[in-house]
Write a protein that binds this ligand. Structure first.
Ligand SMILES: [Zn+2]
Length: 140
């Protein structure tokens, strides 16, 4: 499954730091690929990607494609944004419980006519900024 790419005509206000280890994540995300690390010893996924399993401390980690579906846990709309995001406000952010058992926080892409209630189905998308991608979520 490939994530929908949504063009955004601006640069990211606070671009992520990309390391040699996280570079595959960011390169994949720019093409709609949603992946993270999975522990070969205990089978648990981690996000963000990690070199060492936070559950059993194994270093036997591999990259795997993840489900990009989940449900809304909580959300809010930011009106008084930190200075770096001020010219993007108001904007919504949310916490999504992915089907694979990970809970992640993302920017929320609002969809007209959808009332945000905890438990509604959500999907991840890619916001394709001029200088690179960021992941976000929207009602499915
Ligand atoms: Zn593990």
């Amino acid at each position: 499954m490939t994530l929908d790419l949504i063009p955004v005509a601006r640069k990211r206000a606070y671009p992520p730091r990309v390391s040699a280890f996280t570079q595959p994540f960011w390169e994949g995300l720019s093409q709609g690929k949603w992946q993270s690390t999975c522990c070969q010893a205990c089978g648990k996924f981690t996000f963000p990607p990690k070199k060492i399993c936070p559950h059993c401390w194994s270093e036997d980690m591999v990259w795997k494609d993840l489900s990009a579906r989940g449900t809304l846990y909580s959300w809010t709309r930011i009106h008084a944004a930190p200075k770096v995001f001020a010219d993007e406000s108001p904007y919504a952010v949310c916490v999504v419980d992915l089907d694979i058992g990970l809970r992640i926080a993302t920017r929320m892409v609002e969809r007209e006519g959808v009332e945000f209630q905890p438990g509604i189905p959500m999907e991840l998308v890619v916001l394709q900024y001029e200088d690179g991608p960021l992941f976000a979520s929207r009602p499915a």
